[in-house]
Design a protein around this ligand. Structure first.
Ligand SMILES: Nc1ncnc2c1ncn2[C@@H]1O[C@H](COP(=O)(O)OP(=O)(O)OP(=O)(O)O)[C@@H](O)[C@H]1O
Ligand SMILES: [Mg+2]
Length: 312
């Protein structure tokens, strides 16, 4: 993150209501040039609604945002041509070829004719689409469709890219390759704001925001989220019977969270509340046999489930 530079996105109290229901509820954050910001949250938590407002496609009820210095309320039309947006249900034209799809979007974004050919060549190279330029979009597998969709969102060389679940339904190898493209873009200076449901993807973002019921509960680097939200320790405990152990752990004061972790029990304990030996003894006192207990690194998923269960 280059916090010394002015933010490329500044959001202040942004709110969108549908009727009485606040889909996005007074959220504030900033994105700095060159960041890859992950935006996570359960279905219906307001991620797409946020992005649609930032892309100038939806008018907020309250608050505002500046995207590339442009006010999304006063000047939404101006934003659209300057950003890249790959929506959750990205429209490719199935009857058109890879090249024709890119040419279509180049037209929409008013890419000057004299640079279009060069831009397309760059996108073929970046997305590995060379050799597929004459394939119809309908013939591409899911991973290749996503790459073409990314190319279409980039055809006008935007400095800021919004990607809404770009890798949903894509196999793990194609997902990793797609993320290699995201890093490559970020290395070249493109700022990326990306929603995902995959924790492994979130772990690789410079910062991660977590939405829940329209509220932005936290936004920080993955390590910062773990450090600040999960002070204390995480223990993976080989204990039997397993479910009883998880239930007991959940009920103990000072245990922030207890859950299954493969065939082990995972307990996240508040700072200074439990020693390793103390935990073993508490379990043993209830007749539960501990065969091993190891310190483990908490995951972002732990942070998020904790945040989602915190009152207020
Ligand atoms: N045009 C609309 N009219 C009414 N309600 C809407 C509209 N668009 C979104 N909503 C509601 O707003 C809430 C937030 O939706 P949004 O699409 O932003 O969620 P999301 O976090 O992107 O979810 P997902 O992970 O499923 O994509 C949902 O409850 C949704 O039903
Ligand atoms: Mg969505």
């Amino acid at each position: 993150m280059q916090a010394s530079q002015p933010p490329i996105v500044e959001v202040e109290n942004l709110t969108k209501r549908f009727g009485n229901f606040a889909a996005v509820d007074h959220i504030s954050f900033q994105v700095f040039p060159g960041e890859v910001v992950g935006y996570l949250g359960p279905n219906g938590s307001g991620k797409t609604t946020t992005i649609r407002m930032l892309c100038g496609l939806l008018v907020p009820n309250e608050g505002t945002a500046r995207v590339l210095g442009i006010d999304i309320v006063k000047d939404p039309e101006k934003i659209k041509s300057q950003i890249g947006y790959m929506s959750q249900k990205f429209a490719l034209y199935d009857d058109l070829t890879v090249r024709e799809n890119l040419e279509f979007y180049a037209g929409v974004y008013e890419v000057p004719r004299e640079v279009e050919k060069q831009r397309l060549a760059e996108i073929y190279r970046m997305a590995g689409l060379e050799g597929r330029t004459n394939r119809r979009a309908s013939e591409l597998s899911g991973g290749w469709r996503q790459r073409l969709a990314l190319g279409c969102a980039l055809v006008h060389h935007p400095p800021l890219l919004f990607l809404d679940e770009p890798t949903s339904g894509v196999d793990p190898v194609a997902r990793r390759e797609f993320w290699d493209l995201i890093y490559q873009l970020a290395d070249q200076g493109t700022t990326v704001f990306v929603t995902t449901h995959y924790m492994d993807e979130a772990e690789h973002c410079s910062r991660v925001g977590f939405m829940h019921s329209g509220r932005l509960l936290a936004m920080d680097s993955p390590s910062g989220l773990k450090r600040n939200r999960l002070q204390g320790a995480a223990w993976a405990i080989d204990v039997s019977p397993l479910l009883e152990a998880v239930e007991l752990l959940s009920s103990l004061p000072g245990i922030v969270q207890a859950r299954l972790f493969g065939d082990l029990a995972m307990a996240i304990v508040a700072e200074g509340s439990w020693t390793r030996q103390g935990l073993v003894e508490a379990l043993a006192a209830r007749g539960l046999a501990v065969s091993s207990i190891e310190a483990v690194e908490p995951t972002l998923e732990d942070v998020f489930s904790l945040l989602a269960h915190e009152p207020g």
